[in-house]
Design a protein around this ligand. Structure first.
Ligand code: GDP
Length: 529
């Protein structure tokens, strides 16, 4: 086994988009290319259409049976590709943010008619902050949409990216004739009216060849030549090093539904996307080639089957090999653990594996040992950073609605928070518990799961907070900080890690507090060192 070769083979990435841009359809086409599935429709959409709890529960139940949809792996050419699922629904944005800590690159899908949408902006911002290499796929070219150049401008302005098109559409909507592949310098055309058949493409190498007029018509040919001239005049040449540093984003055009332009992107992805990247820990930078295992938990999936209350903790392997039945150190618990049935993921299935490599995701059965952000090593005291909590948008007191079940309730809350379903804040003043979420939907989910998985009942009560701010004191002993703590006592709480949090009740009071106590820094995320 050549360890270095195994690392170089891996490409672990996420597809991000606003709901409905075509993420599921694209994923499926990628799996079809990899031969991992035989027909369309095999990849389940995890979309929540109606923002309804029943919908969510149904999805969770299906996923409980096939949790593998969280990671879809396949082989393409000589590469092992791991696609990590990133929910597009805004109520699950935190889940997606956390998953983005485990990817080495991303593909951003944009709807040609809708352009850059809200969720895309937020997710791309997170990727930009981390310098994650991004490829942009503009989808649904078989429909009428925005002008290609306008769209490229919009992507640059709204997403703050520096783009360079590596393919360019020939026509659009009814007149969509095909794609010119700038990266490979050839043309793929739809032949005839059929926009359904993947085989119907014609390779075309030379743009100046007069055959082009015959194939797409004089006007379209002229247009294409002009457009490509403009592209080379306006956009920088593709530079792989810049892409890898997150400074330049190649753009592809196509139609996931009709499988057009997808192979072009995938072939380029295989060539340019990074193998497993080094990752920063509090103590040091960890390199993928290191022999000793390191990895971290970025997601915990509850088993929705009430007969099996265990959970699956998803570990991204950063360095070394993960072997079945070998003891590893759970750094937070300072405890060695062995795993007899680690799961690997392939297409839409999961299976037990003996060895996994950097870039791979392993699913470990867990009865409550893990929480998001935990690190596993071969003995080293190491803590991976970069899984921050963000300020929730909604806040409610959680009350026990069945006094006989206080223990179950506490255990349930504890475990659900470890899974990252929501955030818990315990008020300094009276120890009451406040749950913070990104979307209102989570409250119903928590209530449902507490009842069905832990046999506990809860009720909620509004808590008038606007934002949670993590508190950083310049000097904990100075008078200003003491006064801040005294005056704001009612609004202070501890998060699950014991960090001090200020629950501001309005934007105004947040501003006033900042002005009044300049030495007390207030942060919207939990990681600010
Ligand atoms: P997701 O929410 O981003 O996962 O989006 P889906 O993949 O579920 O796609 C949303 C809708 O757009 C579905 O009805 C798809 O059939 C449709 N769709 C996806 N790709 C294309 C495309 O290239 N052209 C057209 N016309 N429709 C598409």
């Amino acid at each position: 086994m050549d360890f270095k070769k195994e690392i170089d083979k891996r490409r672990t990435f996420g597809i991000i988009s606003h709901p409905d841009a075509g993420k599921t359809t694209l994923t499926e086409k990628l799996l079809l290319f990899g031969g991992a599935i035989q027909e369309a429709g095999a990849v389940k959409s995890n979309k929540i259409k109606k923002s309804a709890t029943s919908d969510f529960m149904e999805i969770e139940r299906q996923r409980g049976i096939s949790v593998a949809t969280s990671v879809l792996a396949f082989l393409y050419q000589d590469k092992k590709i791991n696609i990590l699922d990133t929910p597009g629904h805004k109520d699950f944005a935190e889940d997606t943010f956390r998953t983005l800590t485990a990817v080495d690159s991303v593909i951003v899908v944009i709807d040609v008619a809708k352009g850059v949408e809200e969720q895309t902006e937020k997710l791309v911002e997170v990727c930009r902050m981390r310098n994650i290499p991004m490829i942009v796929f503009i989808n649904k070219l078989d429909r009428e949409g925005k002008d290609a150049f306008d769209l490229l401008d919009e992507v640059e302005q709204k997403l703050g990216l520096q783009v360079t098109p590596l393919s360019f559409p020939i026509g659009m909507g009814y007149d969509f004739k095909g794609i010119y592949n700038i990266y490979e310098k050839n043309i793929n055309l739809f032949s005839g009216d059929s926009k359904k058949d993947i085989e119907d493409t014609i390779a075309f190498d030379d743009l100046e060849n007069p055959e082009l007029e015959n194939l797409i018509g004089t006007e379209t040919a002229l247009n294409l030549r002009e457009n490509l001239e403009l592209v080379s005049g306006v956009y920088p040449e593709f530079d792989k090093a810049k892409y890898l540093e997150g400074e330049l984003q190649p753009v592809f055009f196509g139609s996931a539904l009709n499988n057009f332009g997808v192979r072009e992107m995938l072939d380029c992805f295989i060539e340019i996307a990074p193998p497993p990247r080094d990752k920063r820990a509090e103590e040091r930078l960890v390199k993928a080639e290191e022999k000793n295992l390191t990895g971290f938990v970025f997601k915990i999936h509850a088993n929705m089957d009430p007969k099996h209350r265990d959970r699956l903790a998803f570990i991204k392997i950063v360095s070394g090999t993960f072997e079945r039945n070998k003891p590893y150190l759970h750094v937070r618990h300072k405890k060695k653990l062995k795993f007899s049935s680690p799961n690997a993921f392939f297409a839409e299935k999961k299976e037990i594996v003996d060895v996994s490599f950097p870039g791979d995701i392993v699913g470990l059965h867990d009865t409550g040992n893990f929480k998001i952000g935990d690190t596993l090593t071969e003995g080293e005291n190491l803590h991976f950073t970069g899984i921050p909590s963000f300020s929730p948008e909604h806040f409610r007191y959680i009350n026990n609605a069945d006094p006989m079940k206080a223990k179950q309730l506490n255990k349930g809350i504890d475990q659900l928070m470890d899974e990252g379903v929501a955030q818990l804040f315990t008020l300094e003043l009276n120890g009451r518990k406040v749950i913070g979420t990104v979307g209102a939907l989570q409250y119903e989910v928590i209530q449902y799961r507490l009842e069905h998985e832990y046999g506990a009942k809860c009720s909620y009560e509004n808590f008038p907070a606007y934002k949670a701010c993590w508190v950083e004191a310049e000097d904990e002993t100075n008078e200003e900080f003491k006064e801040f703590k005294r005056v704001k006592q009612k609004f202070l709480a501890k998060d699950k890690q014991g960090q001090l949090v200020f629950l501001a009740d309005s934007q105004f009071s947040l501003q006033m507090t900042q002005q009044k106590y300049p030495s007390v820094k207030l942060h919207f995320t939990s990681e600010f060192q």
